[in-house]
Design a protein around this ligand. Structure first.
Ligand SMILES: O=C(O)CCC(=O)C(=O)O
Ligand SMILES: [Fe+2]
Length: 712
């Protein structure tokens, strides 16, 4: 973006564009947890939902880097992070044996508080016995480390702390730069044991005048077979001044807890053999400065959301993204933007359906793409993983933390419009992910689109059982160089402007509002046509505002995968149906109890990333989650292919059949419908309307009478 032109725009608009462009340049990397099964997530409780990272048992350097980054995100946002799965069970057994052996050999001594003349001891205040294991002894000689469980654990934990150090930097005086800082320091691991007699450690901070440089506490728990009766949980007080908000962490064997050493915490009375290894990481710089970049990002996302939103938003859920690509030159750039702009690309599973005339076409269309080439053109091929940099400076780490593209290719001659294509993706490529995002193959995405959608959905879920976020997104123009945008920039009103996506060079319309869908007319085939206009009505509910959509847009729809795909799977028999798709899908979803909303309703506040102007950090609304290429001139269509290849008549016939089916499903009261509709398409059938609401209530809601073909 050229500075001069930017400055000519109104201030609010400048901020909006900056927030979009600068965040796209953001070099921070973040990643999702491994896809290991989530177990026992209920074992942390408190005012907030659990925040557990599942690590790889055998992490490589990239995994540790990603894990460190994720930990810092959590610590910046919440003050603590929990990592499970860092060590294999067999190893934990050996480690527990080694700790037991040291206790039996009498190495552990009652712990006191204070030091020197001020040292005091009171087992009712602090009941553990412990020893300090200097790291220089544990880690040397190098050959011995692999022989000793304590040596190995010290190696792994210090490697993680070093990886954390590598991510720290402090803001420098130059506004937009950060200065790397010296690494966190550590000298020893504390081995502590709480006997099963109700031993405890009362509320305290690890950072104290005696240890003024303690910054982070890393504790690895080694309680064998922990259960509730054994107690010994660690209670954390993340907000300094409230006793009410506590986090209760169970000391499960193998669980690593990281928290700010300035947080209050206490060990509740323990009635089991409770071993734990603690490493304190020291630094001369205050923690808030070390975490400045992370805190800034956390604030940017905060927007008054509770931790619940963030937890689910960035941790557990995977997102399945359905992308049908009919000979679409934009498909790979769409996937690139999708993954490149996600906060957690490792959570994304793309289901990409190529519809291509021949193998050469793939080469032609995607010659410059970084996506892997697909396999056999007529055959299904599942892509287990793709290992490629999604942004020049941001490499998705290996292991389980990378995005997955599942691609399937069918010949263009077998294509029959969007409905069979989306049905194929749902049937063959969906793999049980938590969220479902349905888009087209010509889209661009805004930074952190993934977290923003999940957060918005979860807010709505407090009030609505089955919310869906949907919209006709603003437009973009692919491959448009910055110069070509000059005219639009100069003529930009306060209503909209353009920005350029640095990832793909696309010109993006920066809209102030999302759109609201509305019905325009029934066409000659009896299909309802939809359009969109700047958003309208707000629904105010307590502190929340919603903007309902009367319909869903097939090209951008987001919700929980389970109810959507279970209750409203796409109908593969609707061949060549274009305009009836959205009305039918809306009616089916509505009668199955779904409610539709524009995605910008509750979120979309992105803090201004203009660090030069630190006093003005107020969040700017940024409603756009994605862009859609509305212009069709550069795309081939399956319909044109049918006519050009002499099956146009057959296609037209199939389309009429599909349209009749749509009319009958939407107007189930006609006698005709009862006769013709089979099991699958009748009310309650797999591809029919649902039974939770009536079609009449849909008419009331969207103002369209599908029997009379009238609009209110
Ligand atoms: O073992 C724990 O959970 C915490 C111990 C503790 O707070 C300490 O040693 O300072
Ligand atoms: Fe402590």
């Amino acid at each position: 973006m050229q500075d001069q032109r930017l400055r000519q725009l109104p201030a609010a608009l400048q901020l909006r564009i900056l927030s979009s462009v600068l965040r796209a340049n953001d070099t921070g990397s973040a990643t999702a947890p491994s896809a290991s099964p989530l177990v026992d997530s209920g074992s942390i409780h408190g005012a907030h939902t659990p925040s557990i990272v599942y690590a790889n048992e055998q992490p490589g350097a990239a995994d540790l880097g990603a894990l460190a980054d994720l930990l810092l995100h959590r610590v910046a946002a919440k003050g603590y992070a929990v990592v499970d799965g860092l060590f294999p069970d067999m190893f934990l057994d050996q480690l527990q044996d080694a700790c037991e052996a040291r206790r039996n050999a009498g190495h552990l001594k009652p712990a006191g508080m204070g030091t020197g003349a001020t040292r005091w001891q009171d087992s009712s205040v602090r009941g553990d016995v412990r020893e300090y294991l200097p790291l220089k002894d544990l880690l040397q000689p190098a050959e011995a480390v692999s022989q000793s469980p304590l040596g190995k654990v010290a190696e792994r934990i210090t490697a993680l702390v070093d990886a954390v150090s590598a991510h720290l930097c402090t803001p420098s005086t130059a506004a937009t730069e950060q200065t790397p800082v010296p690494p966190l320091d550590y000298t020893a691991i504390q081995h502590a044991y709480y006997s099963p007699t109700g031993t405890r450690y009362v509320r305290h901070r690890d950072l104290s005048p005696l240890n003024p440089d303690r910054r982070l506490t890393f504790i690895l728990y080694l309680t064998r077979g922990w259960c509730k009766e054994r107690g010994g949980e660690l209670l954390l007080y993340p907000s300094p001044n409230t006793d009410t908000s506590t986090i209760c962490v169970t000391p499960l064997a193998g669980r690593l807890l990281v928290f700010r050493s300035d947080l209050m915490h206490e060990v509740l009375p323990s009635y089991g053999d409770r071993h734990a290894l603690t490493l304190w990481a020291y630094h001369a710089t205050p923690l808030d400065d070390l975490l400045a970049t992370y805190r800034h990002r956390a604030c940017a996302m905060d927007n008054n959301l509770t931790q619940d939103d963030l937890d689910d938003g960035d941790m557990h859920g995977t997102i399945f993204v359905s992308i049908p690509a009919y000979r679409d030159p934009e498909a790979h750039a769409t996937v690139q933007s999708l993954l490149g702009q996600a906060r957690f690309p490792g959570r994304i599973r793309v289901g990409l359906l190529y519809q291509l005339v021949d193998e050469d076409e793939r080469e032609r269309l995607y010659a410059h793409s970084t996506l892997p080439a697909s396999a056999d053109i007529t055959d299904a091929a599942l892509y287990p993983a793709c290992d490629w940099p999604v942004r020049g400076d941001r490499v998705v780490p290996g292991g389980n933390n990378r995005p997955v593209i599942r691609a399937l290719t069918i010949p263009a001659a077998k294509a029959a419009g969007p409905c069979p294509a989306r049905a194929t993706i749902q049937e063959r490529l969906y793999g049980g992910e938590r969220y479902y995002l349905q888009v087209d193959a010509h889209m661009r995405f805004a930074p952190d689109w993934d977290v923003r959608l999940v957060q918005d959905l979860r807010r709505l879920e407090r009030t609505y059982r089955r919310p869906i976020l949907t919209d006709y997104p603003p437009g973009y123009t692919p491959n448009c160089s910055i110069d070509k945008t000059a005219t639009s920039l100069e003529s930009a009103s306060t209503e909209s402007a353009v920005a350029v996506d640095d990832l793909t060079g696309a010109t993006l319309a920066v809209a102030l509002d999302s759109n609201q869908l509305y019905a325009t007319r029934f066409d000659d085939d009896g299909m309802l046509r939809l359009s969109a206009r700047p958003r309208l009505a707000k629904v105010v509910d307590g502190d929340n505002e919603y903007r309902r959509q009367p319909f869903v847009a097939a090209g951008f729809l987001f919700g929980r995968a389970d109810p959507i795909l279970t209750h409203c799977p796409y109908d593969p028999t609707l061949r060549w149906l274009f305009f009836g798709e959205e009305a039918l899908l809306s009616a089916r979803l509505w009668t199955h109890g779904f409610d539709f909303f524009a995605p910008d309703t509750l979120l979309g506040k992105i803090a201004c990333t203009d660090t030069a102007n630190r006093s003005d950090r107020s969040p700017q609304p940024s409603p756009v989650v994605c862009w859609h290429q509305w212009q069709r001139t550069n795309r081939a269509t399956s319909w044109a292919h049918a006519s050009a290849n002499n099956y146009g008549d057959r296609a037209a016939q199939e389309r009429r059949t599909a349209q009749q089916l749509v009319c009958q499903i939407l107007n189930p009261d006609t006698a005709d419908a009862h006769v013709t509709l089979g099991n699958a398409h009748c009310i309650g059938g797999r591809y029919g309307l649902g039974t939770m609401r009536t079609i009449d209530s849909f008419t009331k809601c969207c103002g369209v009478d599908f029997g009379a073909h009238t609009l209110q």
